[in-house]
Design a protein around this ligand. Structure first.
Ligand code: GLA
Length: 388
């Protein structure tokens, strides 16, 4: 089992705190976004991967209508009534669970409350989707506890709704789908219009350095939502000037952008160019991977970061410094910011044989925390076995 020591610690803490065994335990990982930045809510394409860091969520029924939730790292408990769930303004970590519970409760009315605890190792605010790991582990475990039938897209949408209505971030579905659909050594290619995903190989000899800049990103502060609004404004403009149907920036090519961008304020036009270019890069990247051209794929990652930095405005000095340093390190094939931006992590592509040396060189060049990762398995229920 992946991250077994965390599972064992959670089991021990759960029994000590609640005096009983959990009835369902689920695990969900964080993710890296490899190519396709801010394309998910523009109905485009993304290449991502689940990582080997994640969250376990353990839960058992209780005899009341009270839902008890403990953050296992802080050993702090919050409670809410199963029939009266609302966004919380303190201990805001609970919103990812409360919102997920509310989404499930809309499918099947809860007949009882629960005792739950979660514990994980996805660093917070690092752009690796600790929040989706919590939502998806809670979603899987609570669905099991309440006997609610779900599928991956339903669960992902429930997590997204929790982000929108409880955490205040108008995110797309990338983080939740990546957490659910990960497979060892595979990238996930998702088409966010069809909400369909497939896994693709990236060759046996490729892995990633995930470089946490320690610049904390918070997406709920409005910057992410404002970028999304610019994309929607731009899509409405292109819909009014192009002859073919445009429901999202997915429907606009770079060539069309170049001809029709003048009807938009310069900053909105620049913002729109980023997801449009990213979409084209993802499709190109998929072809390069199929041809085994990792260097070509890496070059697209550098282009992606440049587009974030210059056009979309979602980079920051710390992210730029890591990408610039990475360009000078032999063996680094590509590097870019991963996820929402404004801080968090850079993901760099390397051949596995170069990973340790490149990682050492990068960490002496910049003050970031580096982890070598291979794409890992997605979310699952844990087998509880003989009293665990
Ligand atoms: C965050 C959001 C995702 C996606 C990325 C950027 O991770 O939660 O939905 O928009 O940013 O690609």
């Amino acid at each position: 089992m992946i991250n077994k020591p965390i599972y064992d610690e959670l089991q021990g803490k759960f029994r000590a705190h609640f005096g009983r065994y959990p009835e369902a335990v689920a695990y969900a990982p964080g993710r890296v976004e490899v190519l396709g930045n801010h394309t998910d809510y523009n109905e485009g394409f993304v290449l991502s991967a689940a990582i080997d860091l994640g969250t376990f969520f353990a839960v058992a029924k209780n005899a009341s209508m009270t839902c008890r939730l403990v953050a296992g790292d802080l050993m702090r408990e919050v409670t809410f009534h199963a029939e009266d769930v609302a966004p919380a303004s303190s201990d805001t970590w609970q919103n990812y669970v409360n919102g997920t519970f509310a989404g499930l409760a809309a499918l099947k009315f809860p007949a009882h409350g629960f005792d739950a605890m979660f514990l994980g190792n996805v660093p917070l605010g690092s752009g690796l989707s600790s929040s989706a790991a919590l939502e998806m582990s809670a979603g899987l475990a609570l669905a099991k506890l309440y006997g609610i039938a779900t599928d991956a897209v339903m669960l992902a949408k429930i997590g997204q709704k929790a982000e929108h209505e409880y955490a205040g971030c108008k995110c797309g579905l990338l983080d939740q789908i990546s957490s659910l659909a990960g497979q060892p050594n595979k990238l996930i290619k998702t088409d966010f219009r069809r909400l369909a995903y497939e896994t693709i190989g990236m060759g046996p000899d490729a892995c990633f350095l995930v470089c946490d800049t320690r610049a904390k990103h918070t997406l709920a502060d409005g910057a992410y939502n404002r970028l999304r609004e610019s994309c929607e404004t731009a899509a409405a403009h292109f819909a009014s000037v192009l002859r073919h149907p445009v429901t999202a920036l997915r429907d606009v090519s770079m060539a069309e952008w170049a001809v029709y961008r003048h009807g938009l304020p310069v900053d909105v036009a620049d913002r729109a160019a980023h997801p449009i270019g990213e979409n084209e890069r993802v499709l190109k990247g998929v072809k390069l991977l199929a041809e085994g051209d990792l260097a070509g794929f890496g070059a697209l990652m550098f282009d992606s970061h440049e587009s974030s930095r210059v056009l979309f405005g979602n980079s920051c000095d710390e992210l730029d410094a890591v990408v610039e340093a990475a360009k000078k390190i032999p063996g680094v094939l590509g590097a870019r910011l991963s996820g929402g931006g404004f801080g968090g992590s850079v993901v760099a592509l390397v051949h596995s044989r170069d990973a340790e040396i490149a990682s050492a060189a990068l960490s002496s060049a910049t003050p970031c925390d580096i982890r070598v990762i291979k794409p890992a398995a997605g979310a699952c229920l844990a087998e509880l076995g003989m009293r665990n």
